[in-house]
Write a protein that binds this ligand. Structure first.
Ligand code: SF4
Ligand code: SF4
Length: 157
């Protein structure tokens, strides 16, 4: 999936919560669900019943009325140390790191893009690969990539 990758400049800006207000869904892994529940002192079942919509292949956070996320508070994310994988990895999603124009355009949403230190290529690749592996339903692996993980990572360069 990644055709373009280079060291990208990024820093998450203090006080910013723009990416949490964008229209869209937050998807969870099963591990995300368990960690978020524990962080809030809830059982996974309680957390799921209250906050999660489960389909056959995906888990996503329910949205409160008139907002994008139950966990966005004045001072940031209430799940912060255990935030869902897609939130933690953003903006190093494969669809953004794989295209210079997509990365640039995402700067309209995320003011941290283009700021701060250069993020090494290996870190960008690792995060993008983690995103793909965490949400296989959203990033189906092409047949020719059905090979051991190490080889697959090398092929996405
Ligand atoms: S939009 Fe960018 S800078 Fe703002 S909170 Fe999200 S990742 Fe950080
Ligand atoms: S879970 Fe946290 S980081 Fe993710 S969208 Fe909600 S408030 Fe933002």
């Amino acid at each position: 999936m990644l055709k373009f990758v280079e060291a990208l400049r990024f820093t998450c800006l203090p006080g910013c919560t723009r990416c949490c207000r964008v229209q869209g869904w937050v998807y969870l892994t099963e591990t995300d669900l368990r960690r978020a529940a524990a962080h809030l002192g809830m059982s996974p079942r309680e957390f799921e019943e209250r906050y999660v919509y489960r389909t056959r292949h995906l888990l996503r956070l329910r949205k409160p009325r008139g907002a994008q996320c139950h966990f966005l508070a004045e001072d940031g994310c209430r799940l912060h140390p255990e935030k869902p994988t897609q939130c933690r990895i953003y903006p190093f999603w494969p669809e953004l790191t794989g295209s210079p124009s997509a990365w640039r355009n995402e700067g309209r949403t995320c003011p941290g893009i283009g700021q701060g230190e250069l993020v090494p290529v290996q870190a960008v690749l690792r995060l993008s690969a983690e995103m793909q592996e965490s949400y296989p339903e959203m990033y189906p692996v092409p047949r020719q990539r059905s090979v051991p993980r190490r080889t697959r990572l090398a092929m996405v360069k």
